[in-house]
Design a protein around this ligand. Structure first.
Ligand code: PHE
Length: 518
């Protein structure tokens, strides 16, 4: 087998080009490539890399950037096998073959101890055996002090080194190649290169393509005369070194732990889209309530409404809204199914609690439960430093026989104490679905004032009794946002630095562990 070395089609200046000052830089630019092509029929990426002693992949990159300009050039792939030196082969080219090194290490006059040579020359074992079989050395096994090597010839010719120097440049006989391959001095590589010809719009004047479309270009209209670099959707992005937990996730984990320690079970919150029925009607929130307006709630266009509601229960909800029952007179209005059917992005996780309580109401026998959830809710808010249109709610629900407001205050104290919040105050408030209702305030040492930390209440009988819960069962509940304690904990004053496209990933990367008891 003869390996055909792929030389350039033009006479090559061997490595001389490397020494000319113009070629001292490491790259061959796209401009330089078209200039070369101007005077030639074709240029070949691999041949160029050899001719100018440049990195082949860099040249391929420059050719590809020319291809992206349109018809300036046409390219064709070429592939061939090429013998290349291994690291060990390159080492031989630099410093001689192993056998030559062994030969030169032996003292020309007195010879040398074999043991010393084996220690001092790298790869001496193979070098020794080749030098012996080549007739360069003899061995005196009976010499004093151990076997001794002597030079058998005055000079040697290091053909291995000489032939390796030709690899990839000139022809080398196939039996030699086989031998070098066996000695792991060379490898057979597949080289993929590009043959470049002039295209229909060939030019040596290549305008640099723009990569960014700027507001100025749009304003002045200058974008019309510009040529833009195409997107390379296959480009690999910069790989992130590792993932980091966002502060909200860290605080969520801590709060989940608190609930679990207190014996609460997590509710399934995996539906952002909810019907108005479960989000509002089931919670005895009248249909004219301002929160049900498009100003406060996101309505879903497609599909706009839900259909499958438990029929009996729906009838009881309708009746309770219209005329009451269970000791109530209701709201005294015409309850409309269409209003309840409207799909929305849930505005609070209390919608999830309502579904869970309804389920419990369907059980043969009531058993007390403690539930919690932490998930996302959506409100059509005007965005500012502390409000976004979506945030996370933390919600706790306890259903048991004959719970009182004292139980609610007790569980709130226990819950907030675990979060490191000890001084609590309660202020009467209003929710359509709780009575009594209390806002929860805590004294903030940093801000030196009382800040609202949550909302709470005892669910109304108008909500619970239509669900089928026993009359002597009380359900106490509270809710708070996940963002508020996270911002306080991590010293973030603008919510847009915590959530959304303006979040600085460094902040996520650098923020410390969350400890709520600190
Ligand atoms: N759903 C209430 C809110 O969105 C919080 C709350 C939950 C209040 C449970 C009382 C009981 O603010």
């Amino acid at each position: 087998m003869r390996v055909k070395p792929r030389g350039p089609k033009q006479p090559r200046g061997s490595n001389k080009a490397v020494t000319t000052p113009k070629m001292a830089k490491t790259e061959l630019s796209a401009e330089e490539i078209v200039k070369l092509l101007e005077g030639r029929e074709t240029v070949d990426s691999y041949d160029l890399s050899q001719e100018f002693n440049k990195d082949h992949q860099q040249i391929i990159g420059a050719i590809k950037s020319l291809s992206s300009l349109g018809d300036v050039i046409v390219t064709e792939q070429r592939q061939f096998e090429q013998w290349v030196l291994t690291d060990e082969g390159s080492e031989v080219v630099r410093g001689g073959s192993h056998e030559a090194r062994v030969y030169h290490a032996v003292d020309p006059q007195h010879g040398s101890l074999q043991a010393d040579i084996m220690k001092s020359v790298p790869n001496a074992k193979i070098g020794f055996s080749k030098a012996m079989s080549g007739g360069w050395l003899s061995i005196d096994k009976k010499a004093e002090g151990g076997p001794r090597l002597h030079r058998k010839v005055k000079t040697i010719e290091d053909t291995v080194q000489a032939l390796l120097m030709k690899i990839g440049k000139e022809e080398v006989a196939s039996d030699q190649l086989k031998e070098f391959k066996k000695r792991k001095l060379i490898n057979n590589d597949v080289i993929k290169c590009l043959i470049v010809r002039k295209g229909r719009d060939f030019t040596t004047q290549i305008a640099k393509q723009d990569v960014n479309l700027t507001p100025e270009m749009i304003q002045s209209g200058s974008w019309k005369d510009k040529s833009f670099k195409e997107y390379n959707f296959d480009a690999l992005g910069v790989p992130p070194s590792t993932g980091h937990l966002h502060p909200l996730l860290k605080v969520r984990t801590e709060i989940r732990k608190i609930f679990l320690e207190m014996g609460f079970t997590e509710m399934p919150t995996n539906n952002f889209i909810e019907s108005s029925f479960w989000n509002f009607d089931a919670l005895f929130q009248p249909q004219q309530h301002p929160a049900r307006d498009a100003h406060d709630t996101f309505f879903i266009k497609d599909p706009p409404s839900s259909r499958d509601f438990p029929t009996d229960y729906l009838e009881r909800v309708k009746k309770t809204h219209e005329s009451g029952g269970y000791g109530s007179i209701g709201y005294q209005y015409d309850w409309k199914l269409e209003e309840a059917q409207k799909n929305i992005l849930r505005t609070h996780t209390t919608a999830v609690s309502a579904r869970m309580l309804y389920k419990i109401g369907q059980q043969e026998k009531f058993t007390p439960v403690k539930y919690f959830s932490i998930d996302r809710v959506f409100r059509n808010e005007t965005l500012d430093a502390t409000h976004l249109a979506e945030f996370h709610q933390i919600e706790g629900v306890v259903a048991d026989y004959n719970l009182t407001l004292g139980d609610l205050i007790g569980v709130l104290n226990a819950f907030f104490r675990k979060m490191g919040i000890t001084q609590l105050r309660f202020k009467p408030a209003y929710n359509p679905y709780t009575e009594p209702s209390m806002e929860v305030f805590s004294y903030h040492e940093g801000l030196k004032k009382w800040v609202e930390v949550g909302n709470s209440g005892v669910f109304r009988p108008e909500m619970l009794l239509p669900m089928g819960l026993p009359e002597d069962v009380t359900v106490i509940a509270w809710g708070l946002s996940l963002e508020r304690p996270t911002m306080i904990k991590y010293g973030i004053s603008n919510i847009r630095e915590l959530v959304g496209h303006k979040v600085n990933l460094e902040m996520v990367h650098n923020n410390p562990l969350c400890r709520l008891d600190a």
